[in-house]
Write a protein that binds this ligand. Structure first.
Ligand SMILES: Nc1ncnc2c1ncn2[C@@H]1O[C@H](COP(=O)(O)OP(=O)(O)OP(=O)(O)O)[C@@H](O)[C@H]1O
Ligand SMILES: [Mg+2]
Length: 238
């Protein structure tokens, strides 16, 4: 089995502060990896660096998607190569509807029409919200569901989802978990799910769980690692 996403010794800084301090992570096709770590440890920074969001500066290390050097590409080409980033705080884009954004991403209109309504229903997002400016005025939970609708339509190879579960009510959490699980089964989507909550793993069966502290993965294991985290906290990993 080829590795789909491969991160090797990734270092990055913001300003003069080193935030990523040697991240190694290998994700195979159809695998679900949960990344759990304390506030400010660099999880979102890792997601941003992978997607090419301006801000952090990579100082060492590499990242490959299906053998393609991600860090050498501009953000839109990383997306085209099959990378999807679900933001912790989805950005409001006045003037561009979700539907228009997806159309501009290169999804043919016929395909868009066929998938978008079913996807919205699957994650319990009111369809009319897709025709509103992207994330403008959406509630926290609606914006997260909207991320999943976009994922469903774009069908990426790898989805890095930054706290996709934060702000979701219990029903939405079930819906999002089921939708992602189905995506894994349907097109072999790989997922890197950054989360603070073990309960995400009740609805999204993680292949691996990684503990992320101070800019790097300090321990990896199965779901039992999340149980230990919940019981003992992060200090027990230092
Ligand atoms: N643009 C920036 N300017 C200054 N500091 C920044 C910037 N972006 C990130 N940082 C700092 O980098 C560190 C890591 O932030 P990051 O958002 O990656 O943490 P996180 O692990 O995602 O935390 P959380 O669980 O709270 O979402 C934090 O100390 C943050 O303040
Ligand atoms: Mg974060």
């Amino acid at each position: 089995m080829t590795d789909l996403l491969e991160i090797q010794g990734l270092h990055a800084r913001v300003g003069t502060k080193e935030i990523l301090r040697g991240v190694d992570l290998v994700v195979g096709p159809g695998e679900i990896h949960a990344v759990m770590g304390p506030n400010g440890s660099g999880k979102s920074t890792l997601a941003h660096v992978l997607a090419g969001r301006p801000g952090p500066e990579v100082t060492a290390g590499r990242a490959f998607l299906n053998g393609t050097d991600l860090l050498a590409l501009p953000p839109h080409e990383r997306a085209r190569a099959g990378l999807f980033l679900g933001l912790q705080h989805p950005i409001e884009v006045p003037g561009v509807t979700t539907l228009a954004a997806l159309e501009h991403a290169g999804v043919p209109l016929a395909q868009l029409a066929a998938t978008v309504q079913a996807s919205a229903e699957e994650v319990g997002l009111r369809v009319d919200l897709l025709d509103r400016p992207l994330n403008v005025g959406l509630s926290g939970g609606e914006a997260k569901r909207n991320e999943i609708v976009q994922l469903q339509v774009l069908r990426p190879k790898v989805a890095v989802l930054d706290e996709i579960d934060s702000g979701l009510d219990v029903d939405a959490l079930e819906d999002v978990g089921a939708t992602l699980t189905r995506a894994v089964a349907t097109w072999n989507l790989s997922v890197v799910a950054i989360t603070h909550f073990r309960r995400l793993l009740d609805v999204l069966p993680a292949t691996s769980v990684h503990v992320f502290v101070d800019g790097r993965i300090v321990e990896s294991g199965d779901k039992s690692l999340a149980v230990r985290l919940e019981r003992d906290g992060y200090m027990s990993f230092l």
